[in-house]
Write a protein that binds this ligand. Sequence first.
Ligand code: ATP
Length: 222
Amino acid sequence: MKREGLFGGTFNPVHLGHLRTALEVMEGFGLDHVHFIPAATPPHKEKEALASDTDRSAMLTLAIEGTAGFSVSDAEMKRSGRSYTIDTVRQMNQKASASTQCFLIVGLDAFLEIDTWKDYAALFEAISFIVMSRPGEGEPFGDTAFTGIGEHIKQTVSSGYAFNKEENGFFHETLQPVYLFSTTPLGISATAIRRLVKQGRSIRYLVPESVFAYISDKRLYA
Ligand code: ATP
């Protein structure tokens, strides 16, 4: 059975927080691939300060170069209109063979807003989740990273989800599992990176060197 991870986001720009955590998930879950799927027009973000599709995709391609198993998917950028995860998951599920299991990789912050996503209930029928820990700015971080997630799942998705300690995930009789995964805490966000550029400060070591050079050359986010 092949195992594939789908990792969607704005990637405006991609940073080491995305890359390191995705690598840890790939190793931790024995995934064969992680597909980075940049959103075309993100439903949740204002378009201001959004680099073009071409630039965001080019930065992703530079960022993953040389990492076996990582690839960039144009599934959302190729579709017309806004990008919705449910459409991407259905499309990927259709393309994947019967012997492939797909996982949707999301950060905890994104997962806690999942009830604002289009047809979010259908997502839990369609695909297993891997929720990665993510430190909030200035917040303490540790064993309590996932506190409250169980209540959230039960209230917004289904009260039938139950936690399984051995598998470190929530399981349901008919819906797909939601696995929790603690990654190295990297308090890096694209918002902070854009802010630093705007202030004329360096973003070196927050993004891969190739992405740093791309942003400098093209004067993105300035
Ligand atoms: P922005 O600051 O513009 O909102 P972002 O840094 O959150 O951007 P996105 O492209 O929106 O980046 O994130 C894509 C996915 O990656 C989301 O599921 C998000 O939770 C996850 N993610 C982003 N940064 C990290 C991080 N440092 N650690 C763990 N997960 C992360």
